[in-house]
Design a binder for this molecule. Structure first.
Ligand SMILES: Nc1ncnc2c1ncn2[C@@H]1O[C@H](COP(=O)(O)OP(=O)(O)OP(=O)(O)O)[C@@H](O)[C@H]1O
Ligand SMILES: [Mg+2]
Length: 365
């Protein structure tokens, strides 16, 4: 979509005083304009920065009130309008799973015509920061449906006695209009099973959830995410059409993450540097890498005279500090190898050792 295509949505959001939507659509428009009309993009960014925008209840939520806890009157869910997001960077198998799911959803009418049930639920499992929540947001965008997030950890601990009722009302909301329901921290329903006092209530709750997931209309989608799949019993796994295991990013994905978040037109890094960053970031999640790139970008704005290579390396080594003498020595030698222009002081700063130590390592090598 072009920037201009977002105008009707932006106008509607302004007229309806939906500040959150104004902000998110403006960000998308600004991103789209960055190349051809950087002046307009930066004006929009300035206007956003100047106005203290906070999320408020959205327009749709006002028309069709979001489910609330009957006693506290607090909203049980978070409501997010679909918003354009770049594709998640994932390994080939996970990417294919998501693409297949979207393909199925695109053929939903054919499925119904042929009397075949389309799938409408996914359980995402994976370590923190691999992109489970991001994938849920992205699927909602691809399907042009709002994302309704129910954080089970907070809702169960706050309203245990009324959780069953609350979960029903959340599903009723999703039944009334097509949406993507995202059950975050899904293991919360399992974790507290050890807690004797709550056992009966939790069992009841699991049964309510299983039934609701099974009977959720196919026009809506149920996504769930957990870091602790071992806590969920098989009966729960079976309720989901797909279980997608999202792994930590491998070399290829880490390279793509760096390339996306440190675009080469603004942050020129040699291939050797990029390879070193990819190698050193092994074991980091995609979220860690995104955060690392944000730090690098911020530092480069704050220190315009500093070379981007030195900034990137300093940030990288501050995240994965060489520990032993051997690691430190190897890091110093490697840095000199990939960029002979680095001075002993640069290397000392990057690796976090004294300049005399660096000289010693060089001599020893
Ligand atoms: N696979 C990915 N591709 C692109 N960006 C990603 C990916 N994974 C994570 N990110 C970035 O990191 C941020 C945090 O990731 P996200 O919240 O999706 O992790 P999560 O798996 O839900 O973690 P948690 O288990 O802690 O909830 C995202 O908003 C996104 O910017
Ligand atoms: Mg998450």
């Amino acid at each position: 979509m072009e920037a201009i295509d977002y105008m009707p949505r932006l106008v509607r959001a302004c007229l309806e005083n939906d500040r959150r939507l104004v902000e998110s659509v403006s960000l998308t428009v600004s991103r789209k304009l960055r190349r051809d009309r950087p002046d307009l993009a930066s004006e929009i960014a300035g206007a956003l920065a100047a106005s203290d925008m906070r999320s408020e209840a959205t327009r749709a939520a006002e028309i069709n009130p979001l489910p609330i806890d009957r006693e506290t009157r607090f909203s049980l869910v978070e409501f997010i309008e679909p918003i354009e997001l770049p594709d998640p960077i994932l390994d080939a198998a996970t990417t294919k799973e998501l693409a297949d799911f979207l393909k199925e959803r695109g053929l939903i009418q054919r499925f119904f015509e042929d009397g075949i049930e389309p799938s409408n639920s996914i359980l995402f499992i994976g370590a923190p920061g691999v992109g489970k929540t991001y994938a849920a947001n992205w699927l909602a965008y691809k399907l042009a449906l709002p994302l309704i997030t129910l954080d089970l950890a907070t809702s169960i601990s706050s309203y245990l006695g009324r959780s069953g009722q609350n979960i029903k009302s959340v599903f009723d909301y999703v039944r009334a209009q097509p949406a993507v329901l995202f059950l975050d921290e899904f293991d919360a329903i399992a974790k507290r099973r050890d807690d004797e006092g709550d056992l009966g209530e939790l069992k009841r709750l699991v049964n309510v959830l299983l039934k609701e997931i099974e009977t959720c209309p196919k026009g809506s989608i149920v996504l769930a995410a957990t870091n602790h799949p071992e806590l969920l019993d098989r009966a729960i796994w079976r309720r989901f059409d797909r279980v997608i295991e999202v792994p930590l990013p491998e070399e290829n994905e880490r390279m793509r993450l760096f390339e996306r978040h440190l675009p080469s037109d603004r942050f020129t890094l040699s291939q050797e540097m990029l390879f070193l960053m990819v190698e050193k970031s092994a074991g980091m999640s995609a979220a860690d890498i995104c955060k690392l790139c944000e730090h690098i970008k911020r530092q480069s704005v704050m220190n315009p005279g500093e070379s981007i290579e030195i900034i990137s390396l300093s940030e990288l080594y501050s995240k994965c500090k060489p520990q032993t003498k051997q690691e430190k020595s190897e890091a110093c030698i490697k840095l000199r190898e990939i960029n002979p222009a680095l001075t002993v002081r640069d290397i000392a700063r990057i690796v976090g050792v004294g300049a005399s130590t660096v000289s010693r390592y060089m001599k020893e090598a």
